[in-house]
Design a binder for this molecule. Structure first.
Ligand code: 3PG
Length: 208
C-alpha cells in the first residue's frame, strides 16, 4: 500500500510544503494545487491549524495529503487519524518510522548523512527526505549518496525554488519538495489563482 503511495508521489513529481493558519483555506488550497497539476501536499504541523487542514484536504477527491514536521508519535497518530497518508520528518527517528509503518502511513524521515541513511534503511525505509537539501550540496549530494545506496530514493527539501528545480531532474529523486508553490502569506491572502499558476509553472520546470 505504501509502495503504491510512493509511486503516486513519484508520478506527481512535486510535493508542496504547506504552512497554514486557517483550516478553512485548506480545501480551496488543495483544489488550486490540483488545478495546477499537483495532486498532493505535505501539511506541516508547525501551526495549530495543521491537523484540521489535513482532515479538510483528505476529503478532496483524489488528493493525496500527508503530514510534515512530524516530531512525535502523538503527532503521527493524530495525523493518521486526520487522514494523512504519509508522514515527513526533518530527521530520522526509528520509533516514528515504526509507528508509521504499523499505521499504514508512508514514513519519509529526514536524513543529512550516510549514517542516517543506513539507520533509515535498517528501519525498512526506502524513501528519505534530504534536508536541508541546498545546504547539503543539492543534486551532487544525492548523486554521491546514490553510490552506496542505489535502492534509496530521495525527496530533496530546503532551498528549492523555480530557479533551481530543474537541477533535481536526476536519478534517485522521487519528488521535489518546496514551499515556493504555496507560501504561507499567499495562503493567508487566499490567493489561490496565483498558487495554481505557481504549481503549473513549477511542474513544467521540474519536467524540463
Ligand atoms: C521545510 O520543511 O520547511 C522544507 O524543507 C521546505 O523548505 P523551503 O521552504 O526552503 O522550500
Amino acid at each position: 500500500m505504501t509502495a503504491e503511495l510512493s509511486d503516486s508521489l513519484a508520478g506527481i513529481g512535486v510535493l508542496p510544503v504547506i504552512v497554514i493558519d486557517d483550516p478553512r483555506a485548506a480545501r480551496p488550497l488543495a483544489e488550486a494545487l490540483r488545478a495546477g497539476g499537483v495532486g498532493c501536499a505535505e501539511v506541516t504541523l508547525r501551526t495549530p491549524a495543521g491537523r484540521d487542514s489535513i482532515a479538510e484536504m483528505s476529503a478532496v477527491e483524489g488528493f493525496l495529503v500527508g503530514a510534515g514536521t512530524v516530531l512525535t508519535v502523538e503527532q503521527l497518530d493524530a495525523s493518521a487519524a486526520a487522514g494523512a497518508r504519509f508522514a515527513v520528518s526533518p530527521g530520522f527517528d526509528g520509533q516514528l518510522v515504526d509507528r508509521a509503518m504499523s499505521s499504514g502511513v508512508l514514513a519519509i524521515p529526514g536524513i543529512a548523512t550516510a549514517s542516517e541513511t543506513m539507520a533509515a534503511m535498517r528501519a525498512g525505509v526506502r524513501t528519505v527526505k534530504l534536508f536541508p537539501a541546498a545546504q547539503l550540496g543539492g543534486p551532487a549530494m544525492i548523486a554521491a549518496l546514490r553510490g552506496p545506496f542505489p535502492e534509496m530514493s530521495f525527496v530533496p527539501s530546503g532551498g528549492i525554488d523555480i530557479d533551481n528545480v530543474a537541477d533535481y531532474g536526476i536519478d534517485g529523486v522521487l519528488c521535489v519538495s518546496t514551499s515556493w508553490i504555496a507560501p504561507r502569506a499567499m495562503i493567508a491572502q487566499r490567493d489561490f489563482a496565483t498558487i495554481a499558476e505557481r504549481a503549473r509553472a513549477f511542474v513544467s520546470r521540474r519536467r524540463s
